[in-house]
Write a protein that binds this ligand. Structure first.
Ligand code: ADP
Ligand code: TRP
Length: 333
């Protein structure tokens, strides 16, 4: 049993272009984990409908997220990469889990409350978002779910719903997943110093380049300490980003320059710009090459979808059986 490969699963919403927060909070881990088990990664396009209601854009971002992951080093021969919507069984399980979900559990959703506080419409999709996420996870018998720290509660809810299902139907039908969170990655700040997020319009995107990238880096908010004066690196947004890209020695060297003075924020921004360009240089080239072959990207998603559906259907068949849901037509595989 111990030698059996663990199932690793995670998803990412295609609600916009991927940014440095997404990369260091989630994508970096996904890439790491693809070598460590049987990994399933998907583009959570149904989830995106809770915030993006523009068909053309959703299709475009779905494609771009796939392209971005490939360019960043995801290997479709090592893991199964697919679109959530290619596994209709997930929606079937969402309904069944919904019948076991207390309204009070959803009302405690931190992410739901935050989004409503930011002005989003409190629709049913947004409210039950964690149930769809639980179905995403449970339908593959996932063991490990690598996510950013803000997803902790959603994984807790998935665990809770799996346990409720098993208790109600008296058996170990659904596996209880474990989250995997890299606690050392703090929240990545955006150019305005708040959490980097698509909804704050403060992102530096992974595939920003040239003048656009430079403009964003140069616009990072700093305080007005004069160039000659010593500065506290730990209170600086530019330094927080430098930390993510630079080697340990380089981080120390730059921290020294901050502490000594005679080193301005403009200098730090230039160093950061060079670090970002260097870090993502290869990925930019690969993306450029891959973008000449969109069919390859769609084919990869289709193949991944087929594999994911096979796994999902085998779990769903047992779920239908134990819940007494009769299904007389064969589900597409
Ligand atoms: P956004 O806030 O831009 O809409 P998402 O909510 O779609 O981003 O986040 C997708 C993943 O990226 C999540 O796992 C989340 O933890 C991670 N993530 C997003 N922004 C940040 C950030 N600023 N710092 C660290 N991780 C982040
Ligand atoms: N809610 C996740 C996010 O915003 C995306 C997601 C959807 C997900 N389904 C999932 C993550 C299942 C992990 C597992 O980042």
């Amino acid at each position: 049993m111990n030698n059996q490969k663990k199932t690793i699963l995670s998803g990412i919403q295609p609600s916009g272009r991927l940014h440095l927060g997404n990369y260091f909070g989630a994508i970096h881990q996904h890439l790491d984990f693809q070598h460590k088990g049987d990994a399933f990664y998907f583009i959570a396009n149904y989830h995106s409908l809770t915030s993006l209601q523009d068909g053309e854009k959703l299709r475009q971002y779905t494609y771009e997220v796939a392209l971005d992951y490939l360019a960043l080093g995801m290997d479709p021969n090592k893991c199964t990469f697919f679109a959530q919507s290619d596994v209709p069984q997930v929606l079937e399980l969402t309904w069944i889990l919904g019948t076991l979900t207390p309204v009070s559990l959803m009302e405690k959703g931190v992410s739901y409350k935050d989004k409503v506080a930011q002005g989003m419409q409190p629709n049913i999709g947004l409210f039950t978002y964690p149930v769809l996420q639980a179905a995403d996870i449970l339908i593959y018998h996932s063991d490990i779910v690598p996510v950013g720290a803000d997803q902790k509660q959603n994984i807790e809810i998935s665990r809770d719903l799996a346990a409720r299902f098993n208790y109600t139907y008296k058996g170990d039908y659904l596996r209880i997943p474990e989250p995997h969170i890299v606690e050392s990655v703090a929240t990545v700040p955006g150019v305005d110093g708040r959490k980097m997020s698509k909804s704050y319009d403060n992102t530096i995107d992974i595939f920003d380049k040239g003048k656009a990238l430079k403009k964003k880096v140069m616009s990072i908010k700093t305080n007005s300490t004069p160039m000659e004066d010593p500065k506290d690196p730990d209170a600086c947004n530019v330094f927080a980003l430098i930390r993510l890209f630079a080697s340990k020695d380089k981080v120390e060297e730059i921290a020294d320059k901050y502490n000594k003075g005679g080193y301005g924020y403009g200098h730090a921004k230039k160093e950061l710009l060079a670090l970002i360009q260097d870090y993502f240089g290869e990925a930019h080239e690969r993306r450029q090459e891959l973008s000449g072959n969109p069919d390859m990207v769609w084919d990869m998603l289709r193949d991944g979808g087929r594999k994911a559906r096979e796994r999902a259907e085998s779990v769903m068949a047992d779920i239908r059986d134990v819940t007494g849901i009769v299904k007389n037509h064969t589900t597409r595989i």
